[in-house]
Design a binder for this molecule. Structure first.
Ligand code: AHM
Ligand code: MG
Length: 298
């Protein structure tokens, strides 16, 4: 089975990019090893005002050090840091955006969580999603699965017992499907969001929502449907962040034939105003995203 490195070579990635992707994806092993000893909350909040889990902090510090030491990364924006970090000693021009541990409220109940990463080759962590050079996430489930795009389709890899990633599937095409999940309390949904969800339910939509964006998106990538974290009547920005969460996942969705939107426009076309820029998110099968935008236009 094709290894990650073999795939990246065959996809024409420059050696420094391959090195960076292999380095980041290898951190799944130490992150998994850190689960047992990092089960508590850290007693601190991130810049979005969310309580940090010990594993959020551990994963952030761990990946940050690995990236700084690599000399490959000029800028790093992390969900767990208020500001962009700059590494002036870097010899390459990559900028990394990351959510080091997504789905942290599920750590203590042992449900699937993941790490989301986007890589720009322009040295600017506040770029539009459409300018990503690569995007990936590691999903810590029964298997450790890496989903990656370098702009040539989407491929999945599973980590074997030696720590090597071997290709599972690809190029992955997201089908039209009927799985849906939505964040936000039902009582706070807007009329347009409610109309959209009802339209899916009317045609036999199946609700699946775990509270982990990576895990919830991964099944939509495979089976089709839509993941939503909408604006609500009391919060017009939604919960998730454009740079760390929406853009890498949206880039993967688009490469698989899907789409991402805030209800009006593709999120990949929006330049983040600041690292923690929040946005409503709808990501999934392109037919459903088209319908969503029609409902929002009505
Ligand atoms: P996190 O990055 O701090 O874990 O927050 C993001 C998570 C997503 O993974 C998930 O889809 C969402 O927050 C769940 O939020 P809620 O519990 O409000 O449904
Ligand atoms: Mg997150």
């Amino acid at each position: 089975m094709t290894t990650l490195r073999e795939y990246l070579d065959s996809a024409g990635c420059e050696p420094a990019l391959s090195d960076l992707i292999v380095l980041i994806s290898a951190q799944a092993a130490p992150i998994r090893d850190a689960f047992i000893s990092n089960q508590s909350y850290a007693g601190t909040e991130n810049s979005s005002g969310e309580e940090q889990a010990a594993l959020d902090v551990w994963s952030d510090e761990h990946i940050t050090k690995i990236l700084e030491d690599s000399g490959l990364v000029k800028e790093l924006a992390s969900e767990e840091k208020p500001d962009i970090l700059k590494f002036p000693g870097a010899t390459e021009n990559y900028a990394v955006v990351m959510d080091p541990l997504d789905g942290s409220s599920l750590i203590q109940v042992n449900l699937c969580v993941g790490t989301i990463v986007g890589i720009y080759d322009n040295g600017d962590a506040l770029s539009k999603g459409e300018d990503l050079r690569a995007a990936m996430y590691m999903l810590y489930g029964p298997m450790t699965v890496l989903t990656i795009t370098v702009g040539k389709g989407v491929f999945t890899f599973a980590m074997d017992e030696t720590g090597e990633y071997r290709m599972l599937d690809g190029p992955v095409k997201m089908p039209e499907g009927k799985i849906y999940g939505s964040g936000g309390l039902n009582k706070d949904w807007t009329e347009k969001h409610r109309n959209f969800i009802e339209s899916i339910e009317k045609e036999g939509g199946k609700l699946r929502y775990s509270g982990s964006f990576v895990a919830d998106f991964h099944q939509i990538l495979k089976y089709g449907g839509v993941y939503c974290y909408p604006a609500t009547i009391d919060n017009n920005t939604g919960k998730l962040r454009l740079a760390f969460e929406a853009n890498p996942i949206g880039f993967i969705a688009k490469q698989a034939g899907g789409a991402i939107s805030d209800g009006h426009t593709s999120l990949l076309e929006i330049k983040p105003e600041k690292p923690h820029h929040k946005t409503p998110i709808y990501v999934g099968s392109s037919g459903l995203i088209k319908r969503l935008e029609e409902i929002y236009r009505e």
